[in-house]
Write a protein that binds this ligand. Sequence first.
Ligand SMILES: Cc1cc2nc3c(=O)[nH]c(=O)nc-3n(C[C@H](O)[C@H](O)[C@H](O)COP(=O)(O)O)c2cc1C
Length: 325
Amino acid sequence: MRFAHDALPEIAEHELDTTETFLGARVALPFFISCMTGGSEGGFKANRLLATAAQELRIPVGLGSIRVLLENPALFPHFHVKPLAPDVPVLANISAVQVRDGDIPTLMSLVQRLEVQAIVVHLNAGQELFQPEGDRDFRGLKQAIARLCEQSPLPVIVKETGFGIVPSLVRELLRAGAAYVDLAGAGGTNWITVESYRLPREARAAAAEFADWGVPTAVLLAACRTGRDRVLASGGVRSGMDAAKAVAMGAALAGMALPAIRAVTAGGAEGVVKTFRRLEKTLRTVMLLTGSRTTADLRRGTVWLEPALAASVESFERAEGLRPG
Ligand SMILES: Cc1cc2nc3c(=O)[nH]c(=O)nc-3n(C[C@H](O)[C@H](O)[C@H](O)COP(=O)(O)O)c2cc1C
């Protein structure tokens, strides 16, 4: 993907407006910190630091899965990070299997006590299949998500965890009532590879065959013809340029998991703030050099696809029945 450079942008740098409205809140940048961690001491600390950084940056932040919290209510203070991020959307996270198998009123009362602004349902069949103790039955998940969307007083966001959600499923999930769908496509963290690290040596060979699994985020985003304003782009977003391209392609926000956990591990909340400030600098420069005063302007056809990506998108669209064969 490349940007169309505007050699004569009729804009002053101070006029640039990078803000977005997300879940009723005004956020400073079209970026978010993807759902991560929880369940371990290190994870709890990271959640608090990520929330602190998100508040300073004025960007949304996701929490790790609250599964452990459902099993152990004493962990509540570790997940209750809203007081650290009062001005930005904080997102709770749970797996679709848990939504199917759990009790929705119990789940809803818990997330309301967490004072979060949305509940994020994650899809991770690939990862589960490589966890010795993982789920094996994925029937009835669409129905469970639709039921949650119907019953939840909070907006529901559905995300993958690094293998992507194809356009037909994006449409289905939005139609079922999801407020947003986070593509979380391939190109970044691969959870089958991650799981393989704790598998016995002989089981790793099968996992290695999935090192390249999933649909790249860029292809998914390009193939998503409608509703991109309700699509979040994540999975492999590693730089300000990646994030700017995702937004220019029409995503509501661009999200990052691994870069945020690396930054928090190395430098705490301050490290995360620094990382995102670097991304902001790139975004602002891209906006100016494409003559985009606002992120809405950036979305008005400032990117074009290199032939290799265009061919990949075209071929994917044919396979998906989005284009005549
Ligand atoms: C350390 C870590 C923990 C994660 N934990 C969760 C989780 O609890 N729930 C979830 O939906 N996704 C989780 N993810 C997946 C991310 O939200 C994201 O979808 C995936 O890592 C792809 O983004 P990336 O390429 O920027 O890492 C986790 C990712 C990382 C790196």
